[in-house]
Design a protein around this ligand. Structure first.
Ligand code: SF4
Length: 487
């Protein structure tokens, strides 16, 4: 078999959801006319083995069923199909054809949880009434490969390690944090060394790794940060390293400050990393060592140019989101000015007719993103001014009282803060809600539903759109909110 498994993310699971985890390879759907359908497979059946091999997860399925013939052992529960019990079947397909079967989950044996006791663990800083699913401390190398989750590798067995290497499950996303044994042990717990040993083995085997450091002031910054950067610099398989500041909530018993309150400490981190970035650019042509957006905001420095981000390999770790947002806003305003003017005119007309005053659109974000949202709407307002239209949108940052501390990102906005801080009178206004504040079940972190929030805001006179919080998605969503508008 070829080295490397392509994973397209189509069967992504949601571990913050309220759904129970799968305990086996249960079939969720079968495409009509597909090889799986021809062989008699149906939703609700369970695949116990392929070519004699039991399946742990979707990686096994793809690996074992990679040829054009597969022998399956299938279990049929009562009520599914004509006869219950176990049966054998043979699947055959044309070269390149999909089997046409989808499973209820990507992991068939449950999720692996972590064996660590990280000082900075966000789970230790949650309120008592936090949803149980938020307390799930996953640390599963398979989700690192399939979904980009960061893992510590401290719970990886020798057998797992061999599997990662044999199947070339890369890139692996690994939390490194620190390399000195005593600092690692103090920061992560007694299994810390195992993580570094496994990471060394992955590097020796030539697998690509994306690394991450959660930086805790006074623990793994300063000289320890330099040691960790040196260690990473000497291992070219680690193609990107993200450094993010520790965040804390008001429920933390250990932390009450971080880089967010310390401009000088944030600037020091920027100074420490710059020589590593310079050397990587000179020798490899990439920046490789990346600071999260928060460091530049906390240091009161401009975010770097797009080229610095090497194609944004750690975008979802908060690396380059602000730069990407600003560049997208500038591109949109430059390239689609007429469209934005027409949209603004339409929104303002509707809003004024409904009895609102001021900008028609109120766009919700976290406090950390307020400056870039303001910048976007200022650019849009300039375009409107040139086109003879009124500015139509303003940003509204929601302060995170629920978590407190220095939590200020858009993805952690909760319902109780949102509803308490938005105006009681929203007559005629369009409220744009960021979809990242909801999980796949459309629930917020404090357990409210999207449906309830939309109905509450409707009772205040607002119409709502929910979209990705990016300039183009916001414009698209506003345009699509009403079929007759802006035609
Ligand atoms: S690895 Fe550390 S931070 Fe992550 S869940 Fe476990 S204890 Fe928490």
């Amino acid at each position: 078999m070829d080295a490397g498994l392509a994973y397209d993310g189509s069967t992504r699971s949601d571990y913050a959801s309220t759904k129970p985890q799968a305990d086996a390879a249960w079939i969720k759907s079968v495409e009509e006319g597909s090889p799986a359908w021809e062989a008699g497979l149906e939703p609700g059946m369970r695949v116990d083995s392929v070519n004699g091999h039991a399946l742990l997860d979707i990686i096994d399925w793809r690996w074992e069923a990679s040829d054009d013939v597969a022998e399956l052992e299938v279990f049929v529960p009562e009520g599914i199909g004509e006869e219950s019990g176990a049966f054998l079947c043979t699947l055959e397909r044309e070269a390149g054809q999909d089997w046409g079967v989808e499973f209820t989950d990507v992991l068939f044996d449950g999720i692996r949880t972590c064996v660590n006791a990280c000082q900075f663990c966000f789970m230790r800083m949650l309120p008592d009434d936090a949803r149980a699913s938020l307390m799930l401390r996953d640390d599963d190398y398979r989700l690192s490969f399939m979904q980009g989750n960061f893992v510590t590798l401290t719970n990886v067995s020798d057998e797992d390690l061999q599997r990662i290497i044999d199947c070339r499950l890369e890139p692996m996303n690994v939390s490194i944090h620190a390399v000195s044994p005593d600092v690692r042990r103090g920061l992560i717990g007694r299994h810390a060394q195992r993580g570094i040993d496994v990471l060394e083995a992955l590097c020796d085997a030539g697998l690509e790794v994306h690394g991450q450091i959660v930086l805790c002031a006074g623990i793994n910054d300063g000289d320890e940060l330099t040691r960790t950067l040196d260690w990473v610099e000497a291992r070219p398989n680690i193609t990107s390293l993200a450094i993010v500041p520790m965040g804390y909530t008001k429920y933390s018993r250990q932390f009450s400050h971080s880089f967010s309150e310390d401009v000088e400490a944030s600037r020091e981190v920027v100074r420490i990393i710059e020589p590593y970035q310079r050397r990587a650019r000179e020798t490899l042509g990439i920046t490789r060592f990346q600071l999260s957006d928060e460091f530049y905001v906390d240091a009161e420095l401009p975010v770097p140019a797009a080229e610095t981000y090497d194609g944004y390999p750690q975008f979802y770790d908060g690396i380059g989101m602000l730069r990407s947002f600003l560049d997208e806003a500038a591109d949109l305003c430059a390239a689609e000015g007429d469209r934005l003017v027409a949209l603004a005119r339409c929104l303002q007309t509707e809003s004024a007719a409904a009895g609102a005053s001021g900008p028609a659109v109120l766009c919700v974000c976290g406090e950390a993103a307020l400056d870039v949202f303001d910048a976007y709407f200022a650019m849009w307002a300039q375009v409107c001014e040139r086109g003879g239209a009124e500015p139509c949108a303003e940003a509204r940052a929601i302060r995170n009282d629920y978590y407190g501390g220095d939590v200020n990102v858009t993805g952690l906005i909760v319902s109780c803060d949102l509803l308490a801080q938005l105006p009681e009178d929203l007559t005629g206004r369009v409220v744009v809600l960021p979809e990242v504040m909801f999980n796949f079940d459309k629930m917020t972190l404090d357990g409210d539903t999207q449906e309830h929030i939309l109905s509450e805001l409707a009772s205040r006179g607002a119409r709502c759109v929910v979209c990705t919080p990016s300039p183009r998605s916001i414009a698209d969503a506003l345009e699509g909110r009403d079929e007759e508008c802006c035609e």
